[in-house]
Design a protein around this ligand. Structure first.
Ligand SMILES: NC(=O)c1ccc[n+]([C@@H]2O[C@H](COP(=O)([O-])OP(=O)(O)OC[C@H]3O[C@@H](n4cnc5c(N)ncnc54)[C@H](OP(=O)(O)O)[C@@H]3O)[C@@H](O)[C@H]2O)c1
Length: 357
């Protein structure tokens, strides 16, 4: 396989950041974001041809083939990297081997996993070793899991506990990638086809029917029909560091229907950054003793926005702007309001004035 020289990888030109699954839909956004911020992406993945094609499109970047089930290949792939971002899902197969490799290399690990069980596994299996190594492992550092946690943490403000957290996803639609669909299949299989929700301070598997209700998104979106208990990775990230026994996530009914439609089309680029026309509002409401606090974020394309989220995380880890070590979610490891402000060119924030009693 042809190897590519680093372009300007000297001092002061940013860090070498490995991207596993670099040629996937989300991986490509992450590679572009790293370059935009002056980092040097190291392109990793299991398919040589796809790596070579991506490296040619980014003349000067190095590509290394590696397989999640071959630890030695992962060690070679991570050699010289300052951090790794794992974009290769389903993460049920890739997260543990990549975290192991990052721990062996002594570098921070960030992934974009939206799989509840895989994210829970990362917390359960690596908490002690990551803490003992003094390194940071941030699962779900993306639209699902990461952004919701940053918003909940921001909405909580000085609260360390709340009775409930609600995260409503106002997606204009959802054309899923192959990776999203594959992750959904793997997660569903792991649940034996059952549904999952977070209630009473724990994950609960059940067979109850999903309810449709109306969620009052802030203007200009306004009230939308949503599926209740459309459970996303926030039910792992939020309770990992905040005492909230009820965490519920909701999805616009239109987006949920598009996701599950047979032959759902893949996202199509409509702008020079490769973003689709999809828009989103993530509306977060936390409630404690009858008092509500609320904050929302709006933007374009849930896959594209995952790149600035993951890369901002890596930037902060590499510059020591972290609050903890070990396995930690976005809201636990970073200054959440400051993190969200830093992404103002990708996310517009809407904080409701005051709190309601
Ligand atoms: N939390 C979030 O909000 C969020 C946001 C974006 C993406 N994601 C997740 O990220 C994953 C990727 O999504 P995507 O949109 O980029 O999908 P995609 O375009 O289909 O790309 C999937 C990527 O994963 C790689 N991959 C899959 N299984 C692998 C394995 N066992 N070993 C090595 N590489 C493997 C694929 O490589 P091959 O082509 O060689 O198969 C490809 O590079 C999905 O699981 C998705 O759910 C989550």
């Amino acid at each position: 396989m042809k190897h590519y020289e680093y372009a300007g990888a000297g001092m002061g030109s940013g860090s070498i950041v490995a991207v596993f699954g670099a040629y996937g839909h989300t991986g490509r956004f992450v590679v572009a974001e790293l370059r935009e911020r002056g980092h040097v992406p190291l392109l990793l993945g299991r398919d040589r041809d796809k790596l070579v094609a991506l490296a040619e499109a980014h003349a000067g970047l190095e590509a290394r083939q590696a397989s999640a089930d071959d630890p030695a290949s992962l060690d070679r792939a991570l050699d010289g990297a300052a951090a790794v971002i794992n974009c290769a899902g389903p993460f049920a197969s890739t997260a543990a081997p990549l975290v192991e490799a990052a721990l062996r290399a002594g570098i921070p690990y960030v992934d974009v996993a939206a799989e509840i069980e895989a994210n829970a596994d990362t917390f359960a299996h690596f908490a002690e070793r990551a803490r003992a190594a003094g390194t940071v492992v941030v699962p779900a550092m993306a639209f699902y899991g990461g952004l919701g946690d940053l918003l909940v943490t921001t909405a909580m403000g000085d609260w360390t506990a709340a009775d409930e957290a609600h995260i409503a996803y106002g997606l204009s639609g959802w054309h899923p990638t192959g990776g999203t669909l594959a992750a959904g299949v793997v997660s569903s299989r792991r649940r034996g086809g059952r549904r999952v929700r977070f209630t009473g301070g724990r994950l609960e598997y059940h067979d109850d029917a999903l309810l449709t209700l109306e969620w009052p998104f802030p203007a200009p979106l306004g009230p939308q029909s949503v599926i209740g208990e459309f459970t996303m990775a926030d039910v792992v990230t939020v309770p990992s560091h905040l005492a909230v026994p009820e965490v519920r996530t909701y999805m616009t009914a239109k987006a949920a229907a598009e996701l599950s439609a047979p032959g759902a089309p893949a996202p199509a680029a409509v702008d020079e950054r490769g973003r689709s026309a999809q828009t989103f509002v993530v509306d977060v409401l936390v409630r404690s003793g009858g008092v509500e606090r609320r904050v929302a974020a709006a933007g374009q394309d849930i896959y594209a926005v995952s790149a600035p989220l993951a890369v901002e995380a890596v930037d902060r880890v590499l510059t020591g702007r972290t609050r903890t070590t070990g396995v930690a979610s976005a809201g636990a490891v970073f200054d959440a309001p400051d993190f969200l402000r830093a992404l103002s060119s990708h996310l517009s924030l809407h904080v409701s004035a005051g709190t309601r009693g």
